[in-house]
Design a protein around this ligand. Structure first.
Ligand SMILES: Nc1ncnc2c1ncn2[C@@H]1O[C@H](COP(=O)(O)OP(=O)(O)OP(=O)(O)O)[C@@H](O)[C@H]1O
Length: 765
């Protein structure tokens, strides 16, 4: 049959489905209205029906039962109502474009193929016959996974095999089939091309209709404890995670909710960028935070080095930092904490009234702490110490009541305050002395509450001191020579940490060991609620941080995604990250997936950017055409700015959104300022707390992570700016943000990192 008439038939089917959806919507609307009405009614009569008669004991039991029954009914109604609203929500999403694919397949032994349509949600007609299958349903997997012929998928009762006879894709807009393709490939390139040709936006899009086979593997993996995805820039790692979360929430619905899924993302801007993907698929967003937020909310009194400081601090890459980021160091903390069970725990005095004489002396606390036998672990020890201190505190109430400050306090009270101390207004006492004793006790008990609070909050622990003591003990635990660190270098480091702690500051490389030590010392309970943890841009994490995350979320399965070529914080140390991480997980339960095809950029840009990476990493370009990347060599800053102006005008004329990406924040500020003076509208993204907006942006490299733009201007890629070999990853990250057009300006000499590009893969302008 000609495509035309096929399309007519499909349009007819589509019209029928849409009609049925509309009818369903109407009936659901009614159900919701009446459920709401009933709930309201129930609430309204609630107070009438429940006659609260608590004075009479015999009826109070009855009252309680009535309340319970009423509440149960309300809950059920509410549940039905919620179900219906959820369904209505799905239908409304399906209404305009109910599905995007069709597959025909024959079950074994069957003659006639079955046809199913796949869309963003499921919908069945009144006879419970599915009009549309959710893309996450087991059977839908064959659409993404296989070619025509024999294919298998995982049904709830195990693997099933079917013969797929047709695979058809639709582009449907407002109820009309605009185009359709029959394909044998996983997902036809034509459909993908259509999607990829769309313009960039400030919000990430869902890729449901064109998920690729390799990506599907990531999305539907349920067996691995650690799923590690190494993927080139633009290969859809982030997109795949978002789809995976949606998939998991569907697959385990009823048992898994979005609050049990956590995602660590590179920065707040990025969170903003992806925030609509899940809601558009009808799911709630997971818990999302940056590692910095995760760490710093635990230490409210301290200033943790932030992204900006971390990036702009030149000395980041030294050997001490590398050591502190390692698993060796993690193990050192673990060993040190174990040893604390025998000795070495430090304590602080607890003061009350007098600043000179402690109320509880640290030596005394230590004695209590170590008085418990060896079977105690650190957590029990702290609990038992806390209990003992509270008991001691209570014993000291009488002796404290005899102190001078107490009678002075009583004298200073006004009649009202004094009155408030009595149990009853007309309380009588045998003698004045007894009365005074009574009041003194009251005052002391009240005042000692501060001490009790300190005890209960474990203020007797000396966490900072303990961290420093640990650092001092490190040379005894680890052979520092192995890390090429001398005794005196280590001592210097300790002094620096000490000095920073004194100012309530801590570096990124110290905060995680600090928290880990604290957790072990106090036996803080780790987070058992999280079932899935996602870590994007894994290359910017240290093995220590990953080990800590694993410790902190013991029940979670991990999905880690990254591109070791984009390590802009950990640089070369990231190269052996994978081998370090794999030590943390059972190898049997670790799956590694490689994504090599890059979807973000045109072939011209991908072919250009991959040359920046010397090792000739496996990166395949997707065959989409665009202009070749262009270099603008200029010999004065004025001319460089003029070139920038020309590029921006050209991009504007082509309706492309441009991001000017600079190396540092200071540069970004400067470029934004100059553009302003020249009356060119551009928004400076100077902090991760800002919003992405439409129009031209000026943004420093480390904030551009994970984002993408129609056009990128890599500002000043001169030899002066990028000269270290380990800045390769940085340049690669910048250049690979471009989807369609990439321009690179520089003053004087081009960076040596860009010197061996093949001729013909770029132009000079
Ligand atoms: N299967 C797909 N269908 C359509 N578009 C896709 C697909 N996979 C990826 N893309 C698109 O490619 C672009 C890059 O995807 P994404 O940001 O997820 O890649 P990434 O691997 O996280 O990149 P990076 O590491 O560089 O940040 C996005 O615009 C995304 O929509």
């Amino acid at each position: 049959m000609a495509k035309e008439s096929q399309q007519e038939l499909e349009q007819k089917h589509l019209d029928e489905v849409m009609d049925k959806i509309k009818i369903k919507e109407k009936s659901l609307d009614k159900t919701i209205d009446s459920a709401q009405g009933e709930a309201r009614n129930l609430n309204f009569h609630y107070l009438d029906d429940v006659r609260l008669d608590y004075d009479d004991y015999s009826t109070s039991m009855e009252t309680a039962l009535t309340i319970q029954q009423q509440q149960q009914m309300l809950k059920e109604r509410e549940h039905a109502w919620q179900q219906s609203t959820k369904q209505l929500d799905t239908l409304q999403r399906l209404e305009k474009s109910p599905y995007f694919a069709r597959v025909d397949f024959k079950e074994e032994g069957e003659e006639k193929p079955e046809t199913i349509y796949i869309g963003l949600g499921s919908c069945a007609d009144d006879q419970e016959h599915f009009l549309v299958y959710d893309w996450r349903a087991p059977i839908s997997s064959i659409y993404y996974d296989g070619k025509l012929g024999k294919v298998t998928y995982n049904a709830p009762d195990g693997e099933r095999s079917v013969d797929m006879t047709k695979k058809r894709q639709f582009i449907i807009k407002n109820g009309k089939i605009e185009n359709m393709f029959d394909t044998n490939e996983s997902i036809g390139d034509q459909m993908l091309m259509n999607v990829l040709n769309e313009k960039s936006s400030t919000q990430m899009k869902s890729i449901v209709t064109t998920i690729q086979r390799e990506q599907n593997k990531i999305i539907r993996n349920t067996s691995a404890d650690l799923l590690f995805v190494q993927g080139a820039a633009g290969s859809g790692k982030t997109s795949a995670i978002m789809q995976r979360v949606a998939y998991l929430l569907y697959r385990y619905r009823g048992n898994l909710n979005s609050g049990q899924v956590i995602m660590f993302s590179p920065n707040q801007l990025f969170n903003d960028y992806v925030k609509n993907v899940l809601p558009e698929m009808g799911e709630q967003n997971m818990v999302q935070m940056t590692y910095w937020q995760f760490a710093s909310r635990r230490v409210p009194g301290m200033k943790v080095e932030n992204l900006f400081e971390q990036f702009e601090d030149e000395k980041q890459d030294d050997k001490v930092v590398n050591f502190e980021n390692s698993l060796d160091f993690f193990n050192a903390v673990t060993r040190y904490a174990k040893h604390l069970n025998k000795s070495g725990m430090l304590f602080k005095n607890i003061y009350f009234k007098s600043k000179k004489k402690p109320f509880f002396d640290k030596e005394k606390i230590k004695e209590i702490y170590y008085s418990f036998n060896e079977n105690y672990n650190l957590r029990n020890r702290i609990d038992a110490t806390q209990e003992q201190l509270i008991t001691d505190l209570n014993h000291r109430i009488s002796s404290e009541a005899r102190k001078a400050w107490v009678s002075k306090t009583i004298e200073s009270l006004d009649p009202q305050q004094l009155q408030a101390l009595y149990d009853r207004p007309d309380q009588e006492f045998e003698s004045g002395e007894k009365e005074e004793k009574f009041l003194a006790k009251k005052i002391v008990t009240k005042e000692l509450k501060q001490v009790a609070k300190k005890i209960n909050h474990h203020r007797f622990l000396n966490i900072r001191g303990q961290y420093l003591a640990f650092l001092r003990a490190v040379p005894k635990i680890v052979d520092l020579a192995k890390w090429n660190i001398s005794e005196s270098e280590w001592q210097d480091h300790i002094e620096q940490v000490k000095e920073r702690l004194r100012k309530h500051k801590i570096k990124m490389s110290d905060i995680t060991p600090y928290l880990y030590l604290y957790d072990l010392m106090t036996g803080r309970r780790t987070d058992y609620t999280m079932r899935y943890a996602f870590i994007d841009e894994i290359q910017d994490y240290t093995p220590f941080q990953l080990a800590y995350l694993k410790y902190n979320f013991p029940k979670a399965k991990f999905t880690m995604l990254g591109d070791l070529n984009q390590a802009i914080f950990t640089k070369d140390a990231s190269k052996n990250l994978l081998s370090q991480i794999s030590k943390l997980f059972d190898p049997e339960k670790t799956d590694v997936v490689q994504l090599t095809r890059s979807y973000r950029s045109t072939k011209e840009i991908t072919d250009f950017t991959k040359q920046i990476l010397r090792q000739g990493e496996k990166i395949e370009a997707f065959d989409r055409k665009g202009p070749k990347p262009a270099f603008y060599k200029r010999d004065s800053i004025e001319k460089e700015y003029r070139a920038l102006e020309d590029i921006l005008t050209e991009n504007d004329n082509q309706n492309l959104t441009t991001a000017i990406i600079t190396k540092t924040l200071a540069e970004a500020k400067e470029v934004a300022q100059v553009l302003k003076e020249r009356n060119i509208k551009a928004t400076l993204i100077g902090s991760a707390n800002q919003r992405l907006v439409e129009g031209t942006l000026v943004i420093p490299s480390y904030l551009a992570k994970g984002l993408e733009f129609d056009a990128v201007v890599a500002w000043d890629v001169s030899a002066k700016q990028y000269h270290e070999l380990d800045e390769t990853q940085l340049l690669y990250t910048i250049a690979s943000r471009a989807m369609y057009k990439l321009d690179l300006t520089y003053l004087g000499e081009k960076s040596p990192i860009l010197s061996s590009l093949k001729e013909g893969t770029y132009i000079n302008k």
